[in-house]
Write a protein that binds this ligand. Structure first.
Ligand code: SAM
Length: 248
């Protein structure tokens, strides 16, 4: 049985797909998808030897070697352009995820869906998607074992639709005329801010506590750079608080 997090990722993979799961670790996701006949083919990519061996063992023991190809390599280096139509990347930071996509963007020909679950730094992923002309189609947030995860699904769109993609992030007005900046939408999620589920509130309340700790630490220094940074953190906290207050 998959974790709730991996299950929600699996649920977003269209039936009949060819998938590359990058940073697959034990290849649990492709194994599940192959066992249920949801996918035709998968590549499980791993850069580290331990997880690569774990994935190889898992696929062999499940008798899925004909459907899942376990490959060792960095990011999208493990796939050929046109080989898969779905890419899943889960359980790593958003900034690493964006750099993997950037380094391998020539491999994205024929890819229709990117299903991404950054652990932190979701703004890096949303920004990369927008800059590269991918349409963020849905956002989900869930809590499992005391941790909160977001799953971002993006789809490829025809070139003529790309100019409109930024509309999703244009400054918008919340109740009471509060303006939310593009930067805040990258962080908080253009769909999630709209849906504002309880888990999302819990996430941002926890982020505020982390920022308060950072501000407190910076406040102990008299260095100019720290004073400036503390002011930025306070500004960010105020903006987040305003958004939450407006939606509550
Ligand atoms: N995707 C699985 C999941 O969500 O449960 C495993 C997540 S695990 C925390 C992250 C995995 O990504 C590790 O096994 C790590 O070796 C792998 N990884 C990190 N950087 C990578 C890269 N540049 N290319 C491929 N795999 C990478």
């Amino acid at each position: 049985k998959l974790s709730k997090r991996l299950q929600m990722i699996a649920d977003r993979v269209p039936a009949g797909s060819k998938v590359a799961d990058i940073g697959s670790d034990h290849a649990l996701l492709p194994t599940y998808l192959a066992q249920r006949g949801i996918i035709l083919f998968a590549v499980a990519g791993e850069v580290n030897p331990g997880p690569y061996e774990a994935a190889t063992r898992q696929v062999l023991e499940s008798g899925l070697s004909k459907v899942i190809s376990v490959r060792s390599g960095d990011g999208l280096a493990v796939i050929e352009a046109g080989e898969v139509n779905v890419i899943t990347i889960a359980g790593m930071g958003g900034s690493l995820m964006a750099s993997i996509l950037e380094a391998g963007k020539h491999k994205l020909t024929g890819v229709t869906h990117l299903i991404l679950q950054p652990n932190v730094g979701e703004d890096h992923v949303r920004r990369w998607l927008l800059e590269q002309g991918w349409k963020l189609e849905s956002e989900t947030i869930l809590e499992e074992d005391g941790k909160i995860y977001e799953i971002l699904t993006a789809v490829a769109v025809p070139a003529e639709e790309r100019a409109k993609l930024a509309d999703l992030y244009t400054e918008r007005l919340l109740a009471g005329g509060l303006k939310v900046s593009q930067e805040r939408l990258f962080q908080m999620g253009p769909y999630l801010i709209h849906q504002a589920p309880d888990v999302w509130f819990a996430k941002w309340e926890s982020e505020l506590r982390k920022l308060a700790m950072i501000e407190d630490q910076l406040g102990r220094s008299t260095a100019e750079a720290s004073i400036e940074k503390a002011a930025q953190v306070r500004q960010e906290m105020n903006e987040i608080k305003e958004v939450l207050a407006c939606l509550q």
